[in-house]
Design a protein around this ligand. Structure first.
Ligand SMILES: NC(=O)c1ccc[n+]([C@@H]2O[C@H](COP(=O)([O-])OP(=O)(O)OC[C@H]3O[C@@H](n4cnc5c(N)ncnc54)[C@H](OP(=O)(O)O)[C@@H]3O)[C@@H](O)[C@H]2O)c1
Length: 330
């Protein structure tokens, strides 16, 4: 069946400016880390991408190594582009990354210019694209000079392979250094992609301030703590869930009694606000003015619909924020 996007796709979504750039991203973005690989069902992956686009999600986040096997999420996404979205390329913000192990030998990992440029060429081929909108260095490299990695990002933009660049998993001090180098090269850092959720608050200790001061946007990954901040694990580990899969990054040992007790209390609070726990968790991440987008994952279309429903109720009273702090500290 030929895909025709919904005419109402821009009505519900909010679009937030990324730092001091000209680019706006949807408040909810979709990541293809899990559930879009060669081991997954193509029809479901396609349904999720197209439903997301129909709901105003214009931003899809990938990386060279997403799968499994590594590279296969980009191949899946490339097939969806080819089949359904080629006409809408100018309405899409597609990102990829390199920084984790991708191929054998000294040039398939970390942050050298050799790795970043050749990896992005491979990603473009897998996705059938001429350029990505955002290219990230995926994690800091303790050995390669930061100048080399940032010069590689600058080259990637100047050579037309990407429109913007960003960094991921960089601590605050290294982010400031990277931003300074990129500014001097006149390819400003568009965005930072850190992990952030109610269960993982490291960005509050300096990174968000650095991003605000540097004029860099922020897109928070794993805002649902891979599913722990939903009601899914409250009654055990369901069949087919991420924690039940051998290749999933959420392990049964991560589902502790302490986290479940907190999730249970947060679930009650969410209900009192007329929200699901996932919606409460996403609204809470979006409460920061520096937060450009929450980068969710999904295994079903309904999860994407649930996430977009967050936008109906983003405000918190001071009392609700205090209750959340008390639950997280308990
Ligand atoms: N830069 C980095 O280093 C890095 C690292 C990790 C991720 N990321 C990016 O961030 C994206 C999101 O990461 P993530 O998948 O860990 O995010 P997440 O949103 O915290 O977790 C997504 C998982 O939560 C469950 N879920 C989502 N919505 C739900 C709902 N409404 N009700 C019940 N369960 C729900 C699903 O699990 P089930 O599969 O069990 O249904 C889903 O796969 C990735 O795709 C990737 O693009 C980046």
């Amino acid at each position: 069946m030929n895909y025709l996007p919904s005419d109402s796709r821009y009505q519900l979504m909010r679009y937030n400016r990324s730092g001091r750039s000209g680019l706006k991203l949807p408040a909810v973005s979709l990541g293809l880390w899990h559930n879009f690989g060669g081991v997954d069902t193509f029809v479901n992956s396609r349904d999720m991408v197209l439903r997301a686009f129909d709901l105003g999600i214009t931003h899809f986040d990938l990386a060279n190594n997403y799968g499994p096997p590594p590279g296969s999420a980009e191949e899946t996404f490339g097939q969806i582009i080819e089949k359904d979205l080629r006409l809408y390329r100018d309405e899409l913000i597609i990102s990829s990354k390199a920084g984790y192990t991708m191929w054998d030998g000294p040039y398939g990992d970390w942050g050298s210019r050799k790795y970043l440029v050749s990896s992005l060429d491979q990603s473009l081929k897998r996705m059938g694209l001429k350029y990505v909108d955002i290219f990230y260095h995926h994690r800091p490299d303790p050995e390669t000079p930061l100048e080399e990695t940032m010069q590689a990002l600058d080259f990637i933009v100047r050579s037309g392979r990407a429109l913007y660049v960003g960094v991921s998993n960089y601590p605050a001090d290294k982010t400031r250094e990277a931003s300074k180098i990129l500014r001097e090269l006149r390819t400003p850092c568009l965005i930072h992609q850190p992990s952030y959720s109610m269960f993982n608050r490291w960005v509050e200790d300096g990174l968000l301030t650095a991003l605000k001061e540097e004029g860099i946007g922020c897109i928070a990954f794993s805002p649902l703590a891979q599913g722990l901040l939903t009601d899914k694990y409250l009654g055990g580990i369901p069949e087919g869930s991420r924690a039940s899969k051998t290749h999933g990054f959420l392990k049964p040992a991560d589902i502790t009694d302490d986290k479940l007790a907190k999730a249970q209390k947060l679930n009650e609070l969410a209900k009192s606000r007329g929200q699901t726990l996932a919606q409460l968790a996403l609204a809470w991440v979006l409460r920061h003015e520096t937060m450009t987008s929450v980068l969710i994952g999904a295994s079903k279309v309904e999860q994407i619909e649930d996430a977009v429903g967050t936008l109906k109720q983003l405000d918190f009273s001071n009392d609700e924020l205090q209750q959340i702090e008390m639950i997280l500290d308990s």
